[in-house]
Design a protein around this ligand. Structure first.
Ligand code: BGC
Length: 585
């Protein structure tokens, strides 16, 4: 899985980027002379979504802000967004996100959280900003607050559609105001690792990577014994708001790599429809599950492979040629979108690779076009709720020191070996720009993006904390970049990686959520040949001694040794991901 094609291509005019990822120098935090807080709670019987808006009425704050309060009851926060939120007993501390540490006079920050409670959900009476009580009167400032660096878009409350939908239709962002289903089988594996319980209550996706996974299997190292119905029942029991499945079983799957080739041959589209999609759709359509938002992530890597890995290209393969010629991917994705999109509570997100794969001009628009082709094959673009980038990949969410506009010694970082003329250097700017492109060619303006942040944290001691002072372009980029891979085309069990942002709803403009679709700790592929009957081949990109191919600039694979087959538990990787988490655990 995760094949990419990295090539320097014609240097066309640079697109202007939605960037604005402000990097601030952390000075000492100043005390606010006053502040105002607006706190709202949208409650249901056992939980609520809190939205907090804090306005600084005192001196400008430049070195980070901290809002504290005490819950009057037993409220317990489970998940937050647009701030880092910790709770000890009834005491809560919310601190600024790393990219938005200043709060000028009259500046405003908003963030939110999900929480559990029982009894009465009484709102906190007092708040303090950097230690100073917020006694400011409510009512907006007379002048608009100065803008603070994006992205801190507050998550909309549920449902927040841009245009009111007809009764009974889908919400705009299925992640907002909803608790995610925690897969108990993944949780048990995470809990069995030292310190794993620090992260084991996060929602991860359930991968339906073969027909047998619909019922659940007892004989496989990569699926659990729970099937689709078991997971949906468990989600109801957890009182979850949403559940995430990965639909991953196309005919001729993973045509440019070997680690996840799957069970269906290139011409088995009829089986894909009848034995895979139809039964999944039938179970998900059970009225019993109507209260759950059922999120289906559609077919990782497939459509982008038809753009970059067909003949005439450095990474071209015969299987990708076949799948392009026989329409198996486009028709298969179209069929899945149609069946699963028909569910009143079904939300389809199509996989759209990542910046290090389709960020080049030659790949960007054609990939958007083939997404549209698949949506049209489904009968309507309305079957597509959004797209996901970086699934099971390692691309950094933000590269604060290496933006495409960054110049060093009169040269653009795009000229460096690492960036290699790509128009993007990180996932957030890429996902936002790709969304705009998709809307411009005919997708609904309400589509939202997901970014898989399960393994793109790159924390630990190797993480740069400032831009390099070198004026040599390659040295500058290599010393400044957050992504520590040997090459951005490397995708298998990357050494040095860490957990990324925890699952978060509506973290930035155009982004429905940061999600953990690849369950941390599950291998990307075996590092040596391991015979199996699960459709898992041996891809040399998972072998640490491999010196690469055209798709990774003939570089070392950067893979960890001793890995089991894709999907199987890889304890050493899980431990390293925790150790290198960013934000740290
Ligand atoms: C594997 C699947 C597995 C998934 C999540 C894929 O690479 O092919 O079997 O479920 O990763 O770990």
């Amino acid at each position: 899985m995760r094949p990419v094609l990295i090539r320097g291509l014609t240097a066309a005019a640079a697109v202007s980027l939605v960037s604005g990822l402000g990097v601030f120098a952390a000075t000492s935090a100043s005390a606010a002379a006053g502040c105002r807080v607006d706190y709202t709670a949208n409650s249901w019987s056992t939980g609520f979504t809190g939205n907090v808006s804090v306005t600084n009425l005192g001196d400008p704050i430049s070195g980070g802000w901290r809002l504290t309060w005490t819950f009057p009851g037993n409220q317990q926060i489970t998940q937050g967004w647009s701030a880092t939120i910790t709770q000890s007993g009834a005491n809560v501390t919310a601190t600024n996100p790393s990219w938005a540490g200043s709060l000028p006079t009259n500046g405003n920050a908003t963030f939110g959280f999900n929480a559990n409670y029982s009894g009465t959900n009484t709102s906190p009476a007092t708040f303090s900003l950097n230690g100073t009580a917020c006694t400011g009167s409510t009512g907006g400032p007379t002048t608009p607050p100065p803008s603070t660096p994006p992205p801190t878009t507050p998550p909309p409350t549920t449902p927040p559609p841009t245009t009111p939908p007809p009764a009974g239709s889908k919400v705009d962002n299925p992640y907002a105001g909803a608790r995610g289903y925690v897969n108990p089988e993944w949780k048990a594996k995470a809990d069995a690792e030292p310190g794993g319980n620090r992260i084991s209550s996060n929602p991860t996706a359930v991968w339906l990577d073969r027909i047998a996974a619909i019922e659940g299997t007892d004989d496989s190292s990569s699926n659990g014994s729970m099937g689709v119905r078991d997971h949906l029942d468990a989600a109801l029991a957890q009182n979850a708001g949403y559940i995430q499945f990965v639909i991953y079983n196309l005919p001729g799957r993973d045509c440019a790599a070997l680690a996840s080739n799957g069970e269906l041959g290139p011409n088995e589209l009829p089986r894909y429809k009848a034995e895979y999609i139809d039964p999944i759709a039938a179970i998900q359509a059970d009225a019993k599950y109507r209260s759950l938002r059922i999120i289906n992530i559609i077919e990782i890597d497939s459509l982008p492979n038809l753009i970059t890995n067909t003949s005439g290209q450095a990474g071209g393969t015969a299987t990708c040629d076949t799948m392009k010629a026989n329409g198996g991917y486009v028709q298969g994705v179209g069929y899945a979108l149609n069946k699963l999109g028909a569910l009143p509570n079904g939300y389809n997100y199509v996989d759209a690779a990542h910046h290090g794969w389709i960020g080049w001009d030659s790949n960007f628009n054609p990939t958007a076009d083939i997404m549209l082709q698949a949506a049209q094959a489904s009968g309507s673009v309305n079957n597509v709720h959004g797209f996901i980038t970086n699934t099971a990949n390692y691309s950094a969410l933000r590269e604060p020191f290496v933006q495409p506009t960054t110049q060093v010694g009169g040269q653009s970082v795009r000229q460096s070996k690492w960036v290699d003329w790509n128009q993007y250097t990180d996932e957030l700017t890429f996902a936002q720009a790709f969304r705009q492109r998709l809307v411009s060619i005919g997708f609904n303006s309400g589509i939202g993006m997901l970014i898989d942040t399960s393994r793109n944290g790159w924390g630990g001691s190797a993480r740069p904390t400032a831009a390099s002072s070198s004026t040599v372009i390659d040295t500058f980029v290599n010393e400044s970049r957050i992504d520590r891979r040997i090459h951005a085309g490397n995708w298998c069990n990357q050494s040095g990686a860490g957990l990324g942002e925890r699952p978060t709803a509506a973290p930035a403009s155009g982004i429905d959520a940061y999600v953990w679709v690849k369950p941390p700790g599950e291998s990307d592929g075996s590092s040596t040949l391991i015979p199996n009957d699960e459709g898992k081949g041996f891809d040399r990109m998972c072998d640490p001694t491999y010196t690469g191919n055209a798709r990774n600039g003939n570089s070392l694979s950067g893979a960890l040794p001793n890995a089991p087959i894709s999907g199987a538990w890889f304890s050493a990787q899980f431990r390293e991901l925790m150790a290198n988490a960013y934000p740290a655990l």
